[in-house]
Design a protein around this ligand. Structure first.
Ligand SMILES: Cc1cc2nc3c(=O)[nH]c(=O)nc-3n(C[C@H](O)[C@H](O)[C@H](O)COP(=O)(O)O)c2cc1C
Length: 360
């Protein structure tokens, strides 16, 4: 099956990229991640100074990561003399992540541009004002002479406007999204955040942010026909397809590789062909943008139907029903149609998929 994709004229053998972070923090790490089969490379964000990263800086649970990492802990000379020359032998497109101000970008691009196929510019620490972000996009696109992708953070109030402004300023597309925050993680053992950052705050990412990231990608693509690299919460091949369906042309992943191990990149790529087939797609390109229809609000109440062959009378639907409409006896599940609000929670929580008829 054809797993290849194209983003702003750059061809990738498959759509999975590492998102900028510690796993792409030097040439050895990038070579290792490349050996897992990713379609392209995205470096850790490089800036004009090495970041002074507080420690500890990464904690994780099964479905999220909270990090306080900033940008690369190495300054630009290390990247220019060692890390970027070190990945030139990789036969995959290389996206160089840089940040943050116009002055920093103008200093970095001439020194880095021969090492990559595109730039990704993090806007994570530049605030919510679109004016300086547009200036960065304009200066970067002029200097780079190759595609520039602006990375949007989920705290941006209007990601669609962000995408519009940066592409009108010359950016080839956007990367959506960065991690969300600030977030305060409490270690159950100690009752406080173990991170070394000021206020002990970090940024949250991983599977819990996927619905948020999907909606941002979808909203951008419903309004604009621009290349988008979707990032946020990807864990498996099905998630990659969900990002493609809402309009992403390639998909980044980081936190799931931190939570489940680096092999997660290989697992996701190995699962792509089957996952595409299961959803009826003949290729990666076939899936892109398939869920971009604008849906209108609906108000019809549908009551749950219960398949007693599948029901185990576990009572979870009764316990969770916020409208007190379900009663589970030792033989049946009774739904009070007058009390049922048609909310759908019971169907989404039923562990044996015995409930149907409410969710679309
Ligand atoms: C430990 C860590 C370090 C990160 N460092 C960067 C970075 O240097 N530059 C950047 O643009 N994003 C950085 N990110 C954000 C990720 O690239 C990504 O946008 C975000 O984590 C959402 O994707 P995920 O849920 O697959 O991790 C970092 C995330 C984590 C967890």
């Amino acid at each position: 099956m054809d797993l290849s994709t194209e983003v702003a004229g750059i061809k990738f053998k498959n759509p999975l990229l590492p998102a900028a972070g510690p796993l792409t923090g030097d040439d050895k790490k990038m070579k290792y991640v490349a050996s897992l089969g990713v379609g392209g490379m995205v470096t850790k964000t490089i800036s004009t100074e090495a970041a002074k990263v507080p420690r500890p800086c990464i904690v994780a649970t099964n479905n999220y990561v909270v990090n306080a990492e900033l940008w690369s802990e190495y300054g630009p000379s290390k990247w220019i003399e060692e890390f970027l020359p070190g990945i030139q032998s990789l036969e995959i497109p290389k996206i160089i992540s840089i940040g943050y101000s116009k002055e920093q970008i103008e200093w970095l691009i001439p020194r880095l541009k021969d090492f990559g196929d595109a730039f990704e510019i993090s806007t994570h620490y530049v605030g919510k004002d679109l004016h300086p972000i547009a200036e960065v996009a304009k200066a970067a696109s002029k200097l780079a002479g190759k595609p520039v992708f602006m990375k949007v953070s989920p705290h941006m109030p209007d990601p669609v406007e962000f995408a519009k402004v940066v592409t009108e300023s010359g950016a080839a597309g956007v990367v959506a999204v960065n991690s969300l925050g600030p977030a305060y993680y409490v270690d159950p053992k100690t009752g406080h955040s173990p991170l070394g950052s000021e206020n002990r705050y970090g940024w949250i990412s991983g599977p819990v942010i996927k619905p948020l990231a999907l909606s941002i990608v979808q909203r951008i693509r419903q309004s604009l026909n621009i290349p988008v690299i979707g990032v946020g919460g990807v864990k498996n091949a099905e998630d990659v397809i969900e990002f493609l369906e809402v309009g992403a042309s390639a998909v980044g992943m980081l936190s799931s590789a931190l939570i489940f191990g680096k092999e997660q990149y290989r697992r996701v790529i190995n699962g792509l062909e089957n996952a595409l087939k299961n959803r009826g797609y003949a290729s990666v390109k076939d899936a892109i943008g398939k869920k971009l229809d604008v849906q209108h609000a609906e108000f019809v109440v549908n009551n749950p139907k219960v398949d007693m062959e599948k029901c185990t009378l576990c009572k979870l639907c009764e316990y969770v029903c916020p409208y007190f409409a379900i009663e589970v006896t030792d033989r049946e599940v009774k739904v009070d149609p007058n009390a049922c609000f048609g909310c759908g929670l019971c169907e989404s929580r039923c562990p044996t998929k015995a409930i149907s008829g409410v969710l679309k």
